[in-house]
Design a binder for this molecule. Sequence first.
Ligand code: SF4
Length: 397
Amino acid sequence: MNTLQDTPRANRIHIGLFGKRNSGKSSLINALTGQETALVSEVAGTTTDPVYKPMEIHGLGPCVFIDTAGLDDEGDLGALRIRQTLKAMERTDIALLVCRDEQIGPEMEWAGQLKEKNIPTIWVLNQADKLEDPLATARAIEKKCGQVPLIASALNRQGMDDILRTLVHKLPDASMEKGIVGHLVSEGDTVLLVMPQDIQAPKGRLILPQVQTLRELLDRKCLVMSCTTDKLPQMLEALARPPKLIITDSQVFGTVYTQKPETSRLTSFSVLFAQYKGDIDYYIQGARALSALTEKSRILIAEACTHAPLSEDIGRVKIPNMLRKRFGQGIQIDMVSGTDFPEDLTPYDLIIHCGACMFNRKYVLNRIEAARKQQVPMTNYGVTIACLQGILDKIDY
Ligand code: SF4
C-alpha cells in the first residue's frame, strides 16, 4: 500500500521484466529486491496481470519493477495476458529480457519490439544454476542477439549486483531530473500559485500536479505563496514586490493574465506538466493545428484519470464548450480516459491530452510517438487553453 512518504508510482523509473513463461522473472524480482514480493510458481504462466512493485534501490533511486506474464502465453486467456504485457511495455523505461537458454527465437522478436519503442534492453540469462556451462550459453546467445547477456541465478542470488549496476548505467537520460519547474526558478525566487478550489477540486485536498509542483518549489528553496483566483488582487496588493513567477490553474489562465504584474512570468500546472511528462515542442506545434479546425473536424480528448464526470469538468465540459464556441456546434469530440487510447489515430485532426500526472513519462511519450508517426497533431489542456485565449506566446514553458 502506498504511504504519504512514497514517491508517486508515475515518477519512478519503470523496469519491466519480459520473457517466456517460467523464465524466472518473478524469482528474479524477488532476488533483486531481496523480498518475496512476486508470486513464484513452478507452473508456467502463473503471473497474470502485470504486477507493479515499487522499490527504493541504492544508485537507482525510486523505481518500480513490473512483473509480466510470459510473452509466449497460450489460449484465449493467454492472449489477454499478452495484451496486458504489451501494455506494460508502453510504461517501461528499461527492460530486462530474461531467457534461460540459447533458444531465443521469440526473445529476439520481443527485443525487436522493445527496440522499436526505444526501450533500452538488458539481456539476462537466468537460471544459470541449471546450466552445465553458463558461459558457453551466454556466448551462443551473444552470437544471435549481439549483446552479452548477464548471467544470473535468482535461486543462488548470483549476478544481482551486475544487473543493478547495469541498470544504473542504462538509466534513460534523467529528464525527470530537470524537474517540473527547474528551468523557470532559482533559489529565493517568489512564486505565487493560483489554485481555484471550485467544484472540480477534490474535497479537502489539492490535486497531484499542484502538490508535486509545490513540493519541488520548496525543495528548490523558493518562497511560495498561494491563493484562489478571487483573492489574486488582494494577494498582489499584499506583496512588496511582484512575484517572479505565477503558476495558475489553466482554467483561469486568461483571468490571471489580465491581472498579473507585467514583470511576473506566467505559466500553468498543465503547461509545466506538458514538458515534464510529455514533449512541449510537439504540444506547442500541435496547438497551432487549432487554427485549422473547422466544424467538420474531429478531436480526441484523452484524460489519464477515470473519475466520474463532474458538472464543470475541464476535459469533458469546459474544453469541449470552448471548442464548440470557437469552431461550431458540429465539431466532433471523442473522449477516452485511463489507459484507453485508440491505436488508429488517423481519424483525428487533433489530440488534446490532460497533464498526465498519473502516467509515467515513458507512457506519455509513447502516445506522442504514436501520434507523430500517424501525423496527427497532439497538445495538452493547458497549452490548448492558452492558445484559445490568445496568450500562448505570452506564457512560459
Ligand atoms: S491525470 Fe490528468 S486529469 Fe488526472 S489529475 Fe493528472 S492531469 Fe489532471
